[in-house]
Each structure stands twice: as C-alpha cells, then as structure tokens.
Design a protein around this ligand. Structure first.
Ligand code: XMP
Length: 216
C-alpha cells in the first residue's frame, strides 16, 4: 500500500479552476497513482470473491469517482446499491449521522462490499456497518480509497485500503468541502484558510476541522 506523505505541485495546478487555485494547496495523490492503485485493489477483491455474486453498497456522495473506477475494473458478477449518509447542521456533533437514502436491495445471506471514500474518525463506517449487520448478510467487507488513521475514534478498519494519508483535509476525486472540489481529478489538500473561514461563519464556538462535519 502506498503512503503519500508529501504534497507535490504542478503540472496538476493546470487542472484546478483558477478560482480554486489559492484554496487547493497541492496534490496529495495524483490521477495516475489513483488509477494504478484501484486496478490492484480491484484485482484483490476479484480474487477474494471468485465465483461469488457480490452486492456493492456505496456511500453517497463522496464515492462517486472511486466507485465508478473500482467497479469498472472489477470483473465479478455484482449488484450495486447506495446508502445516503449525512451529518449536518451547525451545532450537530460529528457522528450524529442522518440517513438520507436507504438500501433497496435485500442483503440477507449475501456477500456485501461496503465502499466509502475516506475512513477518518470511523464513526460513519461504524454506524453503517451496524445497520448492515442487522440485515444478516453472509459477510461484509469494507473498501475505502483513503485511510486517515490518525483521527480514528471508533475501532473500525477497512479490509481494502487505497492509500494511507496524513491528518490533512483532502478534497477532489469525489471528496468535497461544502459540495465544491469533487470534480478535481486528483486527491488534493484543502488550504486550512478555506475551512477555518467557513467554520467561523457556521459555528464560531467550535474549533474543530470543518466543524467536524461529514462532507458527504
Ligand atoms: P468518519 O470521520 O465518519 O468520516 O470516518 C467519514 C466521512 O467524513 C467525510 N470526511 C472527509 N471529507 N475530506 C473530505 O472531503 C476529508 O479529509 C474528510 N474526512 C472525512 C467523508 O464524507 C467521509 O466519508
């Protein structure tokens, strides 16, 4: 597994819209690194699930790019469903999750692969895993593009991890801040001044990264 620790700059700067150039500090994981790693992950998953039909459950909305690239590399019979999770409202503690879309497929007795963009505090996966386990699948495995182990508060680990990342707020490749930056083709680091400014506007009394809110 690759563990990027340094932030590289240009030529990717050209891929950042001018308005966002002083908001995105740099590239943490480049497009080609992501593509290579996802091919390897898909190979691992396909091997582990050989001859099984998989139900892929993906968390909205941050997995949009990762999921698309992962499943197009996954040569397995699979069915796809989504769960919408959000934590919002100034004054709402991180971890107070709201489900905005429920699962539609039945997973009882099935092999489930739960996909998320980033495993950070672990509160999201912990809560979603609890919900899925209650539906009595045969087995659940978890797959995340990014793992920010430094901020973990729940005892949850992913079975498949794309990249270990340091404790920085990342955007791009589906990940957002206030619904922006999802379309950047790489994983970039958001300049702290962006979320500090937003935090002061939304919840001036709470000195937590991005208000401690799930960005989707
Ligand atoms: P937890 O803390 O529950 O976080 O493991 C999971 C969800 O929180 C969001 N998140 C981030 N989004 N950059 C983002 O754009 C980040 O650095 C970040 N950290 C957490 C994300 O929605 C993830 O699924």
């Amino acid at each position: 597994m690759t563990a990027p620790t340094t932030i590289v700059s240009a030529p990717y700067v050209a891929r950042v819209p001018p308005r966002w150039r002083n908001e995105v500090e740099g590239v943490l994981i480049a497009e080609d690194q992501i593509a290579r790693r996802i091919r390897v992950m898909a190979g691992d998953i396909a091997r582990d699930y050989a001859n099984r039909e998989l139900i892929v459950v993906s968390l909205l909305n941050g997995t949009v790019m990762f999921l698309a690239d992962l499943i197009r590399n996954l040569s397995l019979p699979l069915r796809l469903d989504f769960i919408g999770v959000s934590s919002y409202g100034a004054g709402t503690e991180s971890g107070e999750l709201v489900f905005t879309k429920e699962l539609r497929l039945g997973v009882r007795g099935r092999d489930v692969l739960l996909v998320d963009d980033i495993l950070d505090t672990g509160k999201t996966l912990f809560r979603v895993l609890g919900k899925l386990r209650a539906l009595r699948p045969r087995r659940i495995k978890t797959c995340v593009l990014l793992n920010k182990a430094a901020r973990r508060v729940e005892a949850v680990e992913a079975d498949y991890v794309g990249f270990e990342i340091p404790d920085v707020f990342v955007v791009g490749y589906g990940l957002d801040f206030a619904e922006r930056y999802r379309n950047l083709p790489f994983v970039g680091v958001l300049h702290p001044h962006v979320y500090k400014r937003a935090r002061q506007r939304r919840c001036p009394d709470r000195p937590r990264s991005a208000c401690g809110q799930r960005q989707g």
